[in-house]
Design a protein around this ligand. Structure first.
Ligand code: DLL
Length: 431
C-alpha cells in the first residue's frame, strides 16, 4: 500500500477532476493538430470547452482500427516527425500493420505506467526480470524493459522463443519475475518439466502474462506448474502497448491506469455507454499521449468495469478478464461462441491439458467445429480407448456448457504446435 503512487489512491472526485482537465486539453490538441479529429469533432459539434463533466465523453467521436489503416503510416500524428523518438507496429491479420509513434514524453508516460504495473507485483531492486515478450515492432518487449529498469530491477532482455536458452537463463540468472504470453508461460513450464526440473529449482515469484486471452483455468495451470503468482496484464498498441491495466495481488480484475487512459464500456451494436458491471466493448481514450492522441478507441475487447473499492488501496477501477473480442466470436450453426468459453469448459476437465485448437469447417451448408485438445500424459498412457472416452466426456461438457455439438479429438501430450508469442487457437477453414 505504501508503494502506491498518489494517483493510484487518489480520492475519486479528485481523480475525475484530473481526468476532465486532461480530456479537455486532449480534445483541444486533437482538434488543432489532427485533421481527422478536427473534422469529426466539427461534425459532432463538440469543442473542448463544451466538456463540462466526464459524462460529456459520450459526445466525442469514436476511433476504430480502420482509421489507423486509412491514415497509414503517419496521418494520425499530432506532432511533426522530428518530435517522434520511437515507432512500433502491430501486424493485423490482413493488410497493412498499425503504426504507432511516441514522443520522448510518451516514452516517459509509458515507462511510468509500466513501472506502476511491475510494482503491482512488488517488483523492484534485487529482482531479475526475464522478459520473454518479443522485442521489435511488438510493444511487449520494450514496454516491459523500460518499466523494469525504472523500478530498479535487473532485466534480461531475452525476447520470445529459444526455449532452451530461456530455461538456461531461468536457472543460471535466477529470474524472479517472468514476463511473456500465458501460452508461452505454459510452454516454458513444460520445458522445465522436460528438463527434469521442479519449480523449486527456480526462483520465480511472479509473472505478468497478457497480450492474448486466457482463463482462470490457465492461471491455475501456470501457477501450479511454475510456482509463482500469475498476474493478468492488458494493453494494446493503438493506446500505448502494455501498461493500460494490470491486476494487483487481489487478482479480482485489472486496475486501469485511469489518470492516463479513460475507460468506457459500450454496447457494441448501439455504441451507447453501458453501466458498471455490464459486459460490452471496452473503449479507451488516451489522456496524456502526445504523438498519437486517441479519442474513444473501440478496442473490440469484451469486458466489464468494476468500480468497487479494492482492498489493495488503489482507487482505480478494474476491468474484468477479457472474455472475447467482438471480432473473434465464432458462429457455429447459429450459436455464438467465444474461444475463451470453450477454453473455460475444457479446463474444467482435469484429464485434458491446457493446449487446444479449434478448427472450423463448412461441410455442404453446415458448419462444423472440431476441438483438438491434448490429453494429460496419464490418459495417453492408458491407451486409445481412454483417449476416446475422454473425447466423449469433453464433447458432453462442451455441449452442456455452451450448447454446441463439437467433434472432439483428444491428441497425445505435446503434439499441438506451441507458440512463442500470441497463440493461434482458431483455424477457420470455412473460406
Ligand atoms: O498485446 C500489448 C501487450 C503486450 C499487452 C504485452 C500485454 C502484455 P497488441 O499486439 O496491439 O498489443 O494487441 C492488443 O491483445 O486488443 C486484446 O485483444 C489482446 N490482449 C492484450 N492483453 C490481453 C489480456 C499488446 N490480458 C490486443 N487478455 C488487445 C486478453 C489481451 N487479451
Amino acid at each position: 500500500m505504501n508503494d502506491l503512487t498518489t494517483v493510484e489512491r487518489m480520492p475519486r472526485a479528485e481523480l475525475e477532476r484530473l481526468q476532465l482537465a486532461r480530456l479537455r486539453a486532449l480534445v483541444a490538441r486533437a482538434a488543432e493538430r489532427v485533421p481527422l479529429y478536427r473534422d469529426r469533432l466539427r461534425t459532432a459539434g463538440v469543442r473542448a470547452d463544451d466538456l463540462r463533466s466526464l459524462a460529456d465523453l459520450r459526445r466525442l467521436p469514436f476511433t476504430v482500427k480502420a482509421d489507423f489503416r486509412d491514415a497509414y503510416p503517419y496521418g494520425l500524428l499530432a506532432v511533426p516527425l522530428d518530435e517522434v523518438v520511437r515507432i512500433h507496429a502491430s501486424s493485423g491479420t490482413t493488410g497493412k500493420p498499425t503504426v504507432v509513434a511516441y514522443t520522448r514524453g510518451d516514452i516517459e508516460t509509458w515507462t511510468h505506467a509500466m513501472a506502476r504495473t511491475l510494482r503491482a507485483g512488488a517488483v523492484g531492486p534485487g529482482d531479475v526480470v526475464q522478459n520473454a515478450y518479443g522485442y521489435g515492432l511488438f510493444t511487449g518487449g520494450l514496454g516491459f524493459h523500460y518499466g523494469a529498469e525504472r523500478v530498479g530491477a535487473a532485466v534480461v532482455p531475452i525476447s520470445g522463443g529459444f526455449t532452451e536458452r530461456q530455461l538456461a537463463a531461468l536457472q543460471d540468472l535466477g529470474a524472479t519475475v517472468l514476463c511473456c504470453t500465458p501460452s508461452y508461460a505454459l510452454h516454458l513450464a513444460e520445458a522445465v518439466e522436460d528438463a527434469g526440473l521442479e519449480p523449486k529449482d527456480l526462483r520465480l515469484r511472479v509473472g505478468f502474462f497478457g497480450a492474448e486471452p486466457w482463463t482462470e483455468g490457465m492461471r491455475d495451470a501456470i501457477e501450479s506448474r511454475l510456482d509463482l503468482m500469475a498476474l493478468n496484464i492488458y494493453g494494446l498498441s493503438e493506446v500505448i502497448g502494455p501498461g493500460v491495466s494490470v491486476e494487483c495481488p487481489e487478482r479480482r480484475g485489472m486496475h486501469v491506469a485511469e489518470d492516463l487512459f479513460l475507460p468506457e464500456i459500450v454496447d457494441p451494436q448501439t455504441l451507447e455507454p453501458l453501466p458498471a458491471g455490464a459486459t460490452g466493448e471496452l473503449v479507451l481514450t488516451t489522456l496524456t499521449k502526445e504523438a498519437l492522441p486517441v479519442l474513444r478507441y473501440r478496442t473490440r475487447d469484451l469486458t466489464s468495469i468494476d468500480p468497487e473499492a479494492c482492498p489493495c488501496g488503489r482507487t482505480l477501477v478494474r476491468i474484468g478478464r477479457i472474455t472475447g473480442r467482438t471480432d473473434d466470436m465464432l458462429i457455429v450453426r447459429g450459436v455464438n461462441v467465444y474461444p475463451s468459453q470453450i477454453e473455460h469448459a475444457l479446463l474444467q476437465i482435469s484429464d485434458v491439458a491446457p493446449q487446444y485448437v479449434l478448427v472450423l469447417r463448412r461441410d455442404s451448408a453446415l458448419d462444423t467445429l472440431e476441438i483438438r485438445v491434448e490429453g494429460q500424459a496419464a490418459v495417453a498412457a492408458a491407451g486409445a480407448d481412454a483417449m476416446r472416452a475422454l473425447a466423449a466426456r469433453v464433447r458432453r461438457r462442451v455441449h452442456e456448457v455452451i450448447g454446441i455439438t463439437a467433434e472432439v479429438t483428444v491428441v497425445p501430450p505435446r503434439t499441438l504446435e506451441r507458440s512463442i508469442g500470441k497463440a493461434r487457437r482458431v483455424e477457420d477453414l470455412r473460406g
